[in-house]
Design a protein around this ligand. Structure first.
Ligand SMILES: [Cu+2]
Length: 162
């Protein structure tokens, strides 16, 4: 009985140190920014790009084109020239989430830059986003700079099922 209890205690301490090690490894994976599946797809790999789509942005608060269609499974290289005189951005997402972000930006809370599926572009420059549309549906892209989203700087992506 006594021996079993010691064995159990040793087993538990070994087991818990394993858990700690796994959590640490998992943690470091997160820092390496492993692509995260989103309802609208996942960050794309340059080697998997099937075609490029150019979407320009301008100071009329419009994307051109405003509607694009892709096939489920395609990896798209979005080329994003900013033809305006102010900064614009391209953020992939879904209406509800973009609404929420746009409100946070208006309230001065900003949003996380450097996340996947978005590009913040200076005037005269061109941004780039690589994205794999592995889920069918209709999704959105938007410029979330304060006032731009509210002026209608929004577009749609239709992902046709395979
Ligand atoms: Cu904009």
């Amino acid at each position: 009985m006594h021996l079993n209890a010691i064995a159990m205690a040793v087993f538990l301490s070994v087991a818990s140190s394993h858990v700690a090690a796994d959590q640490m490894m998992d943690h470091s994976h997160h820092h390496a920014a492993a692509p995260e599946q989103q309802p609208w797809g996942i960050a794309g790999d340059a080697a998997a790009v099937s075609r490029s789509i150019e979407i320009s942005m301008d100071d009329n608060m419009r994307f051109s084109p405003e509607l694009i269609e892709v096939q489920q499974g395609e990896t798209i290289r979005f080329v994003l020239p900013n033809k305006g005189a102010v900064q614009h951005e391209f953020v992939l997402g879904e209406k509800a989430g973009l609404d929420e972000y746009a409100n946070m930006v208006l309230q001065g809370m900003g949003m996380q830059h450097g996340q996947t599926g978005m590009s913040h572009v200076d005037p005269g420059q061109a941004g780039e986003v690589l994205w794999t549309f592995n889920r069918a549906g209709t999704f959105d892209f938007a410029c979330l700079i304060a006032g731009h989203y509210q002026s209608g700087m929004i577009g749609k992506i239709k992902v046709n099922p395979r």
